[in-house]
Design a protein around this ligand. Structure first.
Ligand SMILES: [Zn+2]
Length: 298
């Protein structure tokens, strides 16, 4: 998906930030690729990606984290530079949901925060490493992404590291924030696993909400410019997003890791389910279309 030259911004009032490990270096916590996470976080994938990500030993520890705000970007920057693509995509997600949530759910929208990190990060949900992949933490209403994940998407998970593939991942995490706002996150039973479980329904709804964003991103105007930030996606770009959704399906990750495909353990849904619900959101564009809890078989 291509940004218009007129698009600009910093990703919201707080901006998009990159959080470092802190001047004192990472205090050794845990070790290995496993995340130390105190509270429930909402992930892009259901698998520990430790083997994929490599490194990442230790949590953020006690050292105060340094933070830098990425700053303003133009549409031209966002079409070529990953950091700027993150910044303006986040801004577009704000624009779309600031309109969609009040219109379709009669709720006021709060912009979530967005933190980029490397290897490990301290969050309102505890310390996490890159091994968990992109995630959303409800207590601090923030999404966290190690952009190194985008390379892994290509080299390990078999999807192309294309712009709309990256944007789909952000839009999925933003979808979890919307679920936090609607309250569905609090009522779903997340201890359940399996292809029809509440947990999978939550994840597929986040995929569907990502599709809603793609549907509206080329029509909802940016307040500052009066023009949408993005032009309509091409068929090829939509395919890039679908390929990414497929790559993070539980069946695909299980078989890719040489494991037996076991639907009873699924937490995020199969490749087919994930592509289906992204498409439902993209084609329908409404939150009602994305009510994964209202259908018998998802
Ligand atoms: Zn998720």
């Amino acid at each position: 998906m291509t940004f218009r030259d007129s698009a600009s911004g910093s990703g919201g009032s707080e901006g998009v930030r990159r959080r470092g490990r802190g001047r004192g270096g990472a205090a050794a916590a845990g070790g290995g690729g496993l995340a130390v996470v105190a509270l429930v976080i909402y992930l892009l994938t259901g698998q520990d990606l430790g083997g994929l990500m490599g490194g990442g030993g230790g949590g953020g520890g006690a050292a105060p984290a340094e933070e830098e705000t990425l700053g303003d970007c133009t549409g031209a920057d966002a079409n070529t530079d990953v950091d700027c693509r993150m910044v303006l995509t986040w801004g577009s997600l704000h624009d779309v949901w600031a309109v969609t949530l009040p219109e379709q759910a009669d709720l006021e929208h709060r912009n979530p925060e967005f933190i980029l990190f490397q290897d490990s990060v301290g969050t309102g949900c505890g310390n996490a490493t890159s091994a968990v992949g992109p995630f959303y933490c409800p207590p601090d209403e923030s999404a966290y992404i190690d952009t190194g994940f985008f390379d892994q998407l290509e080299t390990q998970l078999g999807a192309e590291n294309a712009p709309l593939a990256q944007m789909y991942i952000l839009a999925h995490e933003y979808g979890h924030h919307v679920q936090n706002e609607t309250g569905v996150m609090a009522t779903a039973n997340r201890t359940d696993t399996g292809p029809q479980s509440d947990g999978v329904r939550l994840e597929l709804q986040a995929d569907c909400y990502a599709g809603i964003w793609v549907n509206h991103a080329s029509t909802v105007p940016q307040e500052e410019t009066g023009e949408p930030m993005l032009v309509e996606p091409t068929t090829e770009e939509i395919q890039d997003a679908l390929d990414a959704a497929s790559a993070v399906g539980d069946d695909r990750i299980q078989s890719g890791a040489g494991q037996e495909v076991n639907p009873e353990t699924w937490t995020h849904g199969s490749s087919e389910q994930r592509m289906h619900w992204f498409t439902v959101g993209y084609e329908g564009g409404t939150m009602q279309d994305c009510d994964t809890f209202a259908v018998g078989q998802i």
